[in-house]
Design a protein around this ligand. Sequence first.
Ligand code: GLN
Length: 235
Amino acid sequence: MLHLYPDHMNLYGDRGNVIALVHRGACRGITVDVISGAPNSKIPWEEIDLVFIGGGEDSHQSRIAEDFLHRSQELTQRLDDGIPMLAICGGYQLLGHYYRTVEGKKLPGVGYLDVTTEPGRPRAIGDVVCETQLAVTPRTLVGFENHGGRTFLGTEAIPLATVLRGQGNNGQDHTEGTIKNHTIGTYLHGSLLPKNPHLTDLLLSWAVDPTGATQLEPIDMQLELKAHEVILERK
Ligand code: GLN
């Protein structure tokens, strides 16, 4: 898998998502090799079967935005092939058309997701519980959000989930995240995957088979679901 900009885009434990993917892969005998994609590095796209990008402060997003944009053709080609991508918060914003910072600087995005992000106040901070239409059990996804940006979905964008608690995309339309093909953009840090093993396994299954026809053998997820439930029950 490719971990994009690990030194710039890593907030609130986002790196834990990579650890969760490696761990739940290893439990099934699947070795997940992690390739780091730093700005200006050469990426062996033909070897990549899963992509991850975390969140980042505005200043860090500014530093990687141009490099990310330069890679849009190779990246979107692989995403159209069906390989999965998980993009968190600042990474999600830059996978859309643009992110405008609170200072009014417009950072053009890759444009794979039909979303745009405008600055807002106050920052949306706190736990999030949402319900997804993805074929996973449980249906709930939990995480932690901390963002100034408000993301608005274009006509092509399909929300990842409906917000039950928290703000999600924009605090207005009750949507959280976006899904296109096997690419998921979401505001959920936490980190997300250690507390949502059902989503981890779905991403792994798409990496193993980008057609989406293969289901991985179920493995124990009791411990991870306990962490999930703590957030569900938190008042
Ligand atoms: N800098 C962006 C914002 O404030 C993203 C923050 C994040 O990744 N948590 O909206």
